[in-house]
Design a protein around this ligand. Structure first.
Ligand SMILES: [Zn+2]
Length: 70
C-alpha cells in the first residue's frame, strides 16, 4: 500500500481526495472505542443513526449521527 493512504479505507479511489478525507475523519470518529456512561464497558457504540447503546447493560442514549454527545 502506498505511503499515506492507510487511513483512507473504504472508498477506494472514488469521489476525490477531499470527500475521502472527510469520510475517513468521520469514519474513525464513528469507530472509536467509547466507554459506556452507565457501566464503563467498552462495548458502547452506535446502534443506528443517532442511537448509541451499550451491549453489556443495554443503556441507550440519543446522540448525533456520527458521534455521541456527552
Ligand atoms: Zn453499559
Amino acid at each position: 500500500m502506498a505511503k499515506g493512504k492507510k487511513s483512507l479505507k473504504g472508498l477506494g479511489a472514488r469521489y476525490g481526495i477531499k470527500i475521502r478525507k472527510q469520510y475517513t475523519k468521520i469514519h474513525l470518529q464513528l469507530k472509536e472505542k467509547r466507554a459506556c456512561p452507565e457501566c464503563g464497558s467498552k462495548t458502547f457504540g452506535r446502534d443506528a443513526v443517532g442511537i448509541w447503546s451499550c451491549k453489556k447493560c443495554s443503556f441507550k442514549i440519543a446522540g448525533t449521527a456520527y458521534d455521541v454527545k456527552v
